[in-house]
Ligand binder design. Structure first.
Ligand SMILES: [Zn+2]
Length: 275
């Protein structure tokens, strides 16, 4: 009987924590609240910026911010069209550039985007930069960080411990979740995503950049340039990315869908910062 109650509680908890990604409708388990994960993310972001001084001006900064704001405008249009604009209140977008040859870019939960100047040498043009921007923003919009930490939480604590935690006072459960999530935060936010997350970020990212008026055909050549870098690719991009051929194939299919999104959800010209 007791076991049954525990199980019901656990099921209830999981149901409550289950959500769907906005763009792809994939079901996901997010055990950590958005405010908790953003609190951790913003604290890490602050630490990161204190150790890696962002550039304050220059063509690279202008470029990254222009593309970032274009993608943000596309996000706004899409969320508004779905009546989900209130979900965007959790995002405090920021686009910063670090002068460093590292070939990387990332977006932390809550919309804190970092580009290294190193990746600009691989993007080479604004459309390809929008491919990367869309991909990184997509990771944050689809709550990939939260999902990964939640998976880690279940793995770390095990289902039985979670059940016991849930039978205790909510405050204790909360502390337990926070502790595990805190442990995850140190290693979680900047670790490579799973292949599923990478493919999803590719797809959502391409939709967003096309909506923002960029050319989705820039994606395949960009990833080819990235793949040529081989072993020097950084964590976010080496990670568990699909093999290059499959990725090109998938991108061609995604490209057609992205163009359709661009027609269906046009971003008003006034919100475009580009000429
Ligand atoms: Zn990624």
């Amino acid at each position: 009987m007791k076991k049954k109650i525990l199980f019901s509680l656990f099921a209830l908890f999981l149901v409550a924590a289950c959500s769907k990604t906005v763009f792809t409708g994939r079901k996901q388990m997010n055990l950590i609240s958005t405010s908790e994960i953003n609190q951790m993310s913003f604290a890490e972001y602050k630490t990161f910026l204190s150790q890696n001084k962002p550039m304050t001006s220059g063509p690279e900064v202008d470029l990254v911010r222009r593309v970032g704001n274009d993608i943000k405008a596309a996000v706004d249009v899409y969320y508004r069209s779905k009546g989900l604009q209130k979900d965007l209140r959790n995002f405090a977008w920021e686009f910063n550039v670090i002068d460093d040859p590292t070939i990387n870019a990332f977006c932390m939960p809550g919309g804190k985007v970092i580009f290294y100047t190193g990746i600009l040498k691989v993007t080479q043009n604004e459309d390809a930069l929008a491919v990367v921007m869309g991909h990184e923003v997509a990771h944050a919009l689809a709550n990939h960080g939260n999902e990964r930490m939640s998976q880690g939480l279940v793995t770390q604590l095990g289902l039985s411990s979670l059940q016991i935690a849930l039978s205790q006072k909510p405050s204790q459960t909360n502390n337990l979740l926070l502790a595990a999530a805190g442990a995850g935060a140190q290693v979680g936010i900047l670790l490579p995503f799973s292949r599923k997350h990478e493919s999803e970020a590719d797809e959502i990212g391409l939709d967003l950049m096309a909506m923002a008026g960029y050319n989705p055909s820039a994606a395949a050549p960009f990833w080819e340039r990235m793949n040529k870098l081989g072993g020097s690719r950084p964590p976010e991009f080496i990670s568990t990315h699909p093999d290059p051929e499959k990725r090109s194939e998938r991108l061609k299919q995604t490209e057609a869908k992205a163009r359709a999104y661009a027609r269906r959800y046009p971003v008003p010209a006034s919100s475009k910062n580009r000429k």
